[in-house]
Design a protein around this ligand. Sequence first.
Ligand code: SF4
Ligand code: SF4
Length: 257
Amino acid sequence: MDINFECTMCGKCCQNLKLPLSVDEALAWLERGGDVQFLCEAVPWPDEPPADNLQAQHKRRRSFAASSGELPVRVVVVLAASFDGPCPNLQANMSCAVYEQRPTVCRIYPAEINPFIELKPEQKECPPEAWTPDKPLLMSGLRVVDATTYELIAKSRAADVSDALTKARACLDLGIDAAALANEGLVVYSPPGALTIAALKRARDSGDASEDGLQWKVVSNRRETVDTLTSIGAAGVHYVKTDAPAFDYLGFFPASP
Ligand code: SF4
Ligand code: SF4
């Protein structure tokens, strides 16, 4: 199926977001006064997957190795510009105040960055008139046809890979060491902007140093998950909301006590 698309500048996709950013984009966002959070998840990784397991290889490339107790894991950290309501850069006429410097993900939308997620126009914010057949061709089947979007997706995936160890070092620097069990939720850290800028710069400028022996806790809001993690030697943590949490937890399932 072909998908045609042209942005109508309606501004609907610029509201209530956690926008994934590269390290360089996160620094730029913070230096403009915006907020950046760390969204953390951990994937149990007892064995290396075969080369033809493309989904696992995709996850491997954008993550870093760590342990949770005795359990090998891979940790995915996403730096996200976070805002409720309109983006701080969205102007009254629905144009972007930082259009020339806007993050890559803003340029890619509504296409999908994850190669395993199919673009479904009905799940996007764009109005029907953005998708009519007279608009430029964006997708043919599962293939991105628009050359600019194709290049931007490749750039975004490359940054995910090259930033993974930088994010590992920044987390170590900031004392970030808890991640949600993948597919159950996300652990969200919101360190102060100035501290985040300093940690990201130190991490980025420390070159190719790898991080060995990282220890991470694996968090869930479901008691049965934590019990299972603990039974296999992982450092499982049961998330219970408190008044002054070290981190927040966005659960995909109802909590169990
Ligand atoms: S940076 Fe610009 S394009 Fe991106 S969400 Fe904000 S207003 Fe929209
Ligand atoms: S929701 Fe779609 S049509 Fe509206 S501004 Fe965003 S990309 Fe453009």
